[in-house]
Design a protein around this ligand. Structure first.
Ligand code: NAD
Length: 428
């Protein structure tokens, strides 16, 4: 990785660019370039064989001018403080662009989750909370699951926090299991949120969604519900989805001559997002190389797997029919691909707007926990649609007003809102 810019430097660079365009006071910029608070701690865990292992834990609270910090906890072997800092910064902008009253945070532990037994994982989760409980809470900082962490882990963490503070406090963690303080609609939230923004983009561009075709990368949580939403809510056709096959460690694209049936594919996909090749083949699916998704004749591309997938090389393979790129994944587009979109007038829905449905529903979960009153799935999804639609138009209006690309407009909306909150609170 030497010579490559690290994630936090990239987050600062993106911010600097927009701060310049916004003519932001240099001292305010300085306050926003860095997290407000950072925690680094060691977590001793008794292993099943009686030995002791010490893990490195982090939590970064980037900015809480608009409300409690919000963001996931990642358990990953190559986690670094700078990755966590970058992700915390991006959460500040994501919550602000979605206009939910939360700030940005992120946490992590350097560990390969899969190497731990269930009981060891539970001890590690409880250890994380024992280090952080004084600095998290429904009014301070509300973590959630992320890479390597699960709803069950949030359940243990919430339980540990509740024990330490002496009262049941479900609103301290979101992404909890249903029946354990979780919210209806969370599973669908990010994918459906992507589709609400695609729907608005199509209206803006005067496209008929029922005559539209989408090509998706990935078939995990985001892509599954984006594909279902594209077919069921918009009446469009999904040409293909792709996935990483964890058995032969190769990626594949799945298409069907009539368009894919996302609910059928979901029924033959495992919990890690790997589609059963044999069952797909038997149902008439065409299986191609993993990169084929980007070449399909489609109006809408939805990269919803990994970062950096739409890049200088792959962007050249995009079909001339493509009008919208909706970023379901975090960071799927490189700056070179952004230049290509601009040059070819391809409408971009930037990641921190497009996939904000997840954090918005996490916010709804916290609201329901605090009220101790739970909404139906329909109520959650209606509220989500209203939030996503309004967030999309806030960015679109800024883009028109300032004559800037959607990604820059999204940053402008977000930074504007955070700076305003800091000013109203008398911080700057
Ligand atoms: P997931 O783990 O459920 O699914 C990932 C999918 O991508 C799987 O189908 C996997 O097989 C596929 N994949 C992996 N490598 C691939 C490759 N090389 N080619 C093709 N497919 C590949 O993950 P997810 O929750 O759907 O998240 C996807 C992206 O969306 C990530 O960038 C994540 O950070 C982002 N995101 C997720 C949420 C959420 O609520 N789940 C919210 C915001 C952003």
């Amino acid at each position: 990785m030497s010579g490559q810019i690290n994630a936090f430097e990239m987050a600062q660079k993106q911010f600097d660019g927009v701060a310049k365009q916004l003519n932001l006071d240099p001292q305010i910029s300085e306050a926003l370039r860095w997290p407000m608070r950072e925690f680094s701690f060691r977590i001793p865990v008794r292993m099943d064989d009686g030995s002791l292992r010490v893990f490195q834990g982090f939590r970064v609270q980037h900015n809480d001018a608009r409300g409690p910090n919000k963001g996931g906890i990642r358990f990953h072997p190559s986690e670094t403080f700078d990755t966590v800092r970058a992700l915390a910064t991006w959460m500040t902008w994501k919550c602000a662009v979605a206009d939910i009253p939360l700030g940005g945070g992120k946490g992590g532990v350097i560990v390969d989750s899969a190497s731990l037994s269930t009981v060891e994982k539970e001890r590690l989760c409880r250890g994380w909370v024992q280090n952080m409980w004084r600095n998290i809470g429904p009014r301070q900082d509300v973590p959630a699951p992320d890479v390597g962490t699960t709803p069950q882990m949030m359940g243990w963490m919430m339980d540990e926090y509740s024990k330490l503070v002496g009262q049941y406090t479900p609103g301290v963690f979101t992404g909890k299991p249903l029946g354990g303080g979780g919210s209806e609609g969370r599973t669908e939230a990010t994918g459906y949120g992507v589709i609400y923004t695609v729907r608005e983009a199509m209206k803006h561009l005067g496209m008929d969604s029922t005559k539209s075709v989408a090509a998706l990368q990935g078939f995990g949580n985001v892509s599954q519900y984006a594909a279902i939403g594209f077919v069921e809510m918009l009446g469009g056709k999904v040409a293909c989805v792709s996935c990483w096959d964890r058995h032969d460690r190769t990626s594949y694209t799945y298409s069907h001559k009539n368009g894919i049936d996302p609910r059928f594919l979901l029924s033959i996909t495992d919990q890690y997002g790997t589609i059963d090749k044999e069952k797909a083949k038997a149902a008439g699916y065409i299986i191609e190389d993993g990169d084929a998704w980007i070449t399909k004749e489609a109006d809408v591309l939805i990269p919803a797997a990994l970062e950096g997938q739409v890049n200088a090389d792959s962007v050249k393979k995009i079909h001339s029919r493509v009008k919208i790129v909706a970023e379901g994944a975090n960071g799927p587009t490189t700056p070179e691909a952004d230049d290509f979109f601009k040059a070819n007038k391809i409408f971009n829905i930037p990641d921190f707007l497009c996939n904000a449905g997840g954090v918005t529903t996490s916010y709804f979960e916290q609201v329901q926990n605090d009220m101790n009153f739970y909404w139906s799935k329909q109520e959650v999804l209606e509220k989500l649609d209203a939030k996503m639609t309004s967030a999309f138009h806030g960015v679109l209006d800024m883009s028109a007003k300032e004559g800037v690309y959607m990604r820059d407009a999204a940053y402008m909306v977000a930074i504007d809102r955070v700076v305003k909150a800091m000013q109203l609170r008398g911080w700057v």
